[in-house]
Design a protein around this ligand. Structure first.
Ligand SMILES: [Zn+2]
Length: 253
């Protein structure tokens, strides 16, 4: 007798039922500063070079959302790089390095801060947008929206006025939001939805996935103290063995 034929496993397209996800990185200042919100120019460029070498592709927020909702496919190794607060280093340092390495970025600005010292200007934002960068809302005054939600009209202005100002200054739709300091509550979520935001970022840690409420998307924080090995693990491209020692500057010469 012949042994029983092996049973073919049921073939299911890999995307059916699977959670769709991508890492969305969160940066603040690029440069030399004393706390974890700063990532040095040297480390930032090493991170971009690593992403480029490993075949990562920037996706826009509309592309990300379409993919998470099953309406589109993501490229291989998708990534989103976000920058909060509209610092001048975003224009002077992050933007040219993103272009050099073939990536785009998403810049969350609070409209009352644009043009102030150490901040981007409207002309700079227009130039960045024309080069493929996305400029999105971080409210008007960078307020704690959970606190502001005690005053519905104030909450509404922070969300709606920042959006209308950005749209008027930049001439493009603004459909994405980032909660200042990651602060929000149920009233904030409802107001954001009614103002017309399609999705919003928190500061809760983790990759952005199809299982999350789009108004409570998570992000991966990049810190000043991250080594390249640590960064690689965060984006799902671990550096192992001898390569890790080289990247970390370890090993004896
Ligand atoms: Zn902020």
């Amino acid at each position: 007798m012949l042994p029983p034929a092996p049973v073919d496993p049921v073939k299911v397209p890999s995307s059916v039922g699977a959670e769709r996800k991508a890492p969305v990185l969160m940066y603040h200042e690029i440069g030399d500063g004393q706390n974890e919100l700063w990532v040095s120019e040297k480390n930032f460029e090493a991170q971009l070079a690593f992403l480029e070498e490993r075949g990562y592709h920037s996706v826009t927020l509309p592309q990300l959302q379409a993919a998470l909702e099953g309406r589109a496919e993501l490229p291989s190794h998708p990534i989103v790089l976000t920058f909060d607060d509209g610092y001048s280093s975003h224009y002077s340092t992050a933007y040219p390095l993103l272009r050099k390495h073939g990536f785009s970025g998403v810049f969350f600005v609070y409209t009352s801060g644009v043009g102030r010292p150490n901040s981007v200007t409207w002309d700079q934002l227009r130039e960045m947008q024309a080069a493929g960068m996305e400029i999105e809302s971080h409210t008007v005054h960078h307020v704690d929206l959970a606190v502001a939600s005690a005053h519905p009209d104030r909450l509404w202005r922070e969300l709606a006025d920042s959006r209308s100002t950005l749209q008027a200054e930049l001439g493009a739709p603004v459909e994405y939001l980032c909660y200042p300091a990651g602060r929000y509550n149920a009233k904030v979520l409802e107001a954001a939805r009614r103002v017309g935001y399609l999705a919003a970022f928190t500061t809760k840690p983790g990759w952005t996935t199809s299982a999350q409420d789009p108004l409570q998307w998570r992000r991966v924080r990049v810190n000043r103290s991250d080594t390249l090995t640590g960064f690689a693990a965060k984006v799902g491209a671990p550096i192992t063995g001898a390569v890790a020692e080289k990247a970390a500057g370890g090993g004896r010469s």
